[in-house]
Write a protein that binds this ligand. Sequence first.
Ligand code: GLC
Length: 421
Amino acid sequence: MKKAIITFLILTLAIFAGNNRIQADYETELTIAVGEVGAEYDTVVAAAEQYMAENPEIYIEVIDSPAESGERLSYFLTHFERESPEVDIYQIDVIWPGILEEHLVDLYDYGAEEHLEGHFDFIIDNNTTPEGELIAMPWFIDAGMLYYRVDLLEKYELDVPETWSELEEKARIIMEGERENNPDFEGFVWQGAPYEGLTTNVLEWFTSNDGGNFVSKDREVTVLNDNNLYMLEKVIGWMGDITPLAVTGFIEEDSRAVWHEGNAAFMRNWPYAYGMTEESEAIEDFGVTRIPAGPEGKSSSALGGWHLGVSQYSENPEEAAEFAFFLASAEIQKMRAIQASLPPTIEELYGDEEILAENPLFEEFLHIFETAVPRPSAQTAPYYEAVSEAIFSGIHLALTGERDALTALENLEIELEEILQ
Ligand code: GLC
């Protein structure tokens, strides 16, 4: 909380400092609030510099926002609730359209139509309100993936795991071997802090064992079943074994830190970690593959990703929309795919040789991006935040041993039913 307040103060100061400097020198100043996970922030600064060079009448202030999705939403809501014009463009999580639609302009009013060609329909649909307004430009896709150490699989003569049980077994073999020289070595790291990222991990455990996606399209709660019980018990069994107990406090960058130091055999994370891992000096060789399958199901990745919305309270919505179109263009998506391994929302770019040379995984993963499973944000709007909080808090209690798996699922089923009544 303290961190959130400090971040808020720093950002507010940054915005005021920007305003004073800019108003004198430029016709229009735009402020964009984006994420800072991996290399994403630097790519926006580079794109803004390019845009300013091409459009000298515009000045763009790029500000960062909290790394954790829920904290970022709270921070953005403090702006929206005051109808603040301080931020013009926001980086919007794929699950937020149902929560934020009233605060964002309809980009069709600013000419979005001609910029949408070639973008995946499923992302356009995700960002379109039931009334047909486009409230965010498609920007990048995320899907959960399994990172593995090629060098260590070879050392222990193991194949890439395809099921959760195989992952468990292989993680244990590698971990036991590596711990002889490295007591910090872990088998499998992922995101287990009580926050949005845990909801995506749980979604993958449950859907990969055919246990449903928490809430069906027709708003039926589907949490309490044997397939989910099997998976949750399995995961509880990893705690303090192949997975460190500290994972219950991990968000994306925490799990990547352990992995990056060469201290984990496997990691569940999003594509941004690919480019960052290539820079690790501790990792000789690594690969990525699909999320493992449960005994009753098949591999399933959670759909993530971030898009660009223009605030209703912006004083320059037209210029803001133009800059958002530029950021979402094939040129900038390509630059971000190469420099930050962020998967584009433009299908054609998956055949781009320069992108594939840098990120060979994109070719293999195109199908996974297209079939990734969305969280139930559309069918539970505008209550998705409460739905997700019930999921991650309830499951977190099971991970820390405060609730057994069955009780956790029973309580969650009831809580979700109450939220959706
Ligand atoms: C990634 C995903 C986003 C998700 C978040 C959870 O940033 O792109 O959709 O909500 O992780 O931590």
